[in-house]
Ligand binder design. Structure first.
Ligand code: ADP
Ligand code: MG
Length: 451
């Protein structure tokens, strides 16, 4: 196994254990750049990430790396742009090592379109949960920029949104060569480009970058909700493209009307296009996905093992892939014969790992302790400021760390879902403009992880 593969598997494991936000913030842009005498060198984009990962995830990461390569003795972290002592890895890793902070998680991304060739229509398994989305995607490919504009696709985590929207881009690219130019961008990247453009007085460059395309694909649009400047710029970009019959493709984890802070004018733009959702894959489809992945990787597994995996892992195709990787790893590297029973055990362990994640009572306790109030205060209807803010923070963290739905967040706090939405948005906005609350929240999270 090469370093890239090893790290890919490691991230796949730890991703299941962390909240989405934590994973994206701290580990998404990491890379394993070298190993030498049992020391594995991990590059991170900046000092802040380095310190954080070193303190928080070192042990866990080493544990995972070891399951794949038992020569691993320790991990060393370094900053990719070389701020921190020059590592022996530098030579080995070559030139792109310095560009790490600009590299996305996927490796062979085309720098011009940001598309990853791994995502194709051919490898996308279609079943009743996504056939409408697939049909709509095919229609968009045939009729770029006219009938189905914008194309808005939504659904839960790990259900294939990124795969499908990138596949549309790749397919368009393949059919029209360089005549039609798609560009893929995660909405966080769009936001950071806007911020960069404003700060460096280079907004014109940014405008050109996003308006000078034929198909703009924005992934996970929910993250721009509430970021005013970004929404403003996106609105103008949207209009400019739309008026010129350029195709806009958007993905989100929820429908437009459920992105609470999304500006009304954007929402109504989205609702003017074609909106489709992707649901959970049914059993037959899960089997087909597993078989597809096995074929891609040129591997074979017993039907009974495939059945176990398909029965047990239901709600997230990414997790399904994680379990498959693990099974293949046991089979090949550890030479374990994976029977249905062994597969069950592997899955049990994976589930336990993710269950060892944070619980709601840990969150509530940490918030109460941090603000020096009681748990009863948190759930009470007391409107004193000393209690209101912690309560909102608690709801924010329940949503952020546990990915609970708003109704369940509300339920845990004896509130309705609109209060939960309001609290989440309020704190989210505060964090964006007031770093002291952001700092406090980091400290609370820290306490939760230590508990
Ligand atoms: P999302 O963006 O919705 O969170 P992704 O598109 O990243 O999900 O999908 C997660 C993983 O599952 C990816 O590796 C993707 O290739 C795979 N996947 C999801 N849906 C399908 C499908 N219908 N057929 C094949 N692979 C899929
Ligand atoms: Mg995605």
């Amino acid at each position: 196994m090469d370093l890239e593969q090893l790290w890919h598997l490691t991230l796949g494991e730890i991703e299941i254990q962390l909240s989405r936000a934590n994973f994206a913030t701290w580990l998404k842009n990491s890379r394993l750049v070298d190993k030498k005498d049992g020391t594995f060198y991990v590059a991170l984009p900046n000092n802040f990430a380095k310190e954080w990962v070193e303190n928080k995830y070192q042990k866990n990461l080493l544990g995972i790396v070891r399951t794949f390569d038992d020569s691993a003795r320790k991990l060393e972290f370094l900053v990719a742009n070389g701020e921190v002592g020059a590592p022996p890895a530098k030579k080995a890793a070559g030139a792109d090592f310095n560009k790490l902070d600009r590299i996305d998680f996927e490796f062979k991304t085309d720098p011009e379109t940001n598309l990853n060739p791994r995502y194709t229509l051919k490898s996308f398994v279609v079943g009743s949960s996504n056939e409408l989305a697939y049909a709509a995607a095919s229609a968009v490919i045939k009729d770029i920029g006219t009938k189905y504009n914008p194309f808005f696709i939504y659904g839960g985590v790990g259900l294939g949104k990124t795969h499908l929207v990138q596949a549309i881009g790749n397919e368009i690219r393949a059919r029209h060569q360089n005549k039609v130019r798609p560009k893929y961008v995660p909405s966080e990247r769009f936001t950071s480009d806007i911020v960069w453009g404003i700060r460096n007085k280079r907004m014109e460059d940014m405008k050109r970058k996003y308006r000078d395309v034929d198909v703009l694909i924005i992934d996970d649009i929910q993250f721009i909700g509430g970021k005013e400047k970004t929404e403003e710029e996106f609105f103008h970009t949207f209009n400019a493209l739309y008026e010129n019959n350029k195709q806009i493709i958007i993905s989100s984890d929820r429908p437009p009307q459920s992105i609470p802070t999304l500006e009304e004018r954007l929402r109504s733009r989205f609702e003017g296009g074609l909106i489709v959702d992707i649901g959970y894959p049914e059993y037959e489809m899960r089997v087909a996905i597993i078989k597809g992945k096995l074929q891609e990787a040129d591997r074979r597994l017993d039907e009974a093992v495939i059945d176990v995996v398909a029965r047990r892992v239901k709600k997230n195709v990414r997790e399904l892939e994680g379990v498959l990787n693990k099974i293949i790893f046991y089979q090949e590297k550890k030479q374990v014969e994976v029977t249905a029973k062994v597969a069950e055990e592997i899955i049990d362990k994976a589930i336990q790992n993710s269950a060892r994640r944070v619980t709601d009572s840990q969150i509530l306790k940490a918030v109460a302790e941090f603000f020096n109030i009681t748990m009863a205060d948190l759930a009470s209807h007391n409107r004193r400021k000393e209690v209101v803010e912690p309560r909102q923070v608690a709801m924010y963290l329940l949503r952020d760390m546990l990915e609970l739905s708003y109704p369940s967040v509300g339920e845990k706090m004896g509130r309705d879902h609109t209060t939960a939405i309001h609290s989440f948005e309020k704190i989210n906005q505060e964090i964006n403009k007031n770093s002291s609350l952001g700092q406090k929240i980091l400290l609370i999270k820290d306490a939760i992880y230590k508990s």
